[in-house]
Write a protein that binds this ligand. Structure first.
Ligand code: DQA
Length: 149
């Protein structure tokens, strides 16, 4: 099984950006953490971050061609991107995706409480900090059967 972890805009700034909201763990630290768990579970992992919507779409398309599952923190594109939703629909028809937010978006500004992606996700994790990525990986690695099996 292959899992692609996709991170959207500004997540390359983790560790520096609003640490009171997002903590001090960097994206490099998160990649190391998730990779350690993926190695242990014996799954192939790709890790992608971009500030550019088109690059994220390309990463989702590549994951669809590989029949991969996705763990995605879409950053602010969560609340704006129909294009990302449309790309992820293909993943939803395959292995599925889990939407992860480091912060509890439901306890923040009203505009963060709408996601274009959540209804097609297999699950949504918000507010558990960087553990959310590990929890999402745990979900996919403990349930390797296709969702319609
Ligand atoms: C975020 C929440 C989004 O609202 C925000 O735009 C982000 C990060 C989170 O991980 O909590 O960039 O996805």
């Amino acid at each position: 099984m292959k899992i692609v972890v996709v991170n959207g805009p500004n997540l390359n700034r983790l560790g520096k950006r609003q640490p009171e909201i997002y903590g001090t763990t960097t994206l490099v630290d998160i990649e190391k953490l998730v990779r350690a768990h993926a190695d242990k579970a014996g799954v192939e992992l790709d890790f992608v971050q971009s500030n550019h919507e088109g690059v994220l779409l390309d990463a989702v398309h590549a994951a669809a061609d590989d029949n991969a599952a996705i763990i995605i923190n879409p950053g602010a594109f969560t609340h704006t991107s129909v294009a990302l939703r449309d790309a992820l629909a293909e993943i939803a028809d395959g292995q599925g995706y889990v939407e992860v937010h480091i912060s509890n978006v439901h306890a923040r500004e009203p505009f963060r409480q709408h996601s274009y992606l959540s209804d097609k996700a297999r699950g949504v994790i918000a507010g558990l900090g960087v553990y959310g990525y590990v929890a999402a990986l745990g979900f996919f690695t403990q349930d390797l059967t296709p969702k319609d099996a």
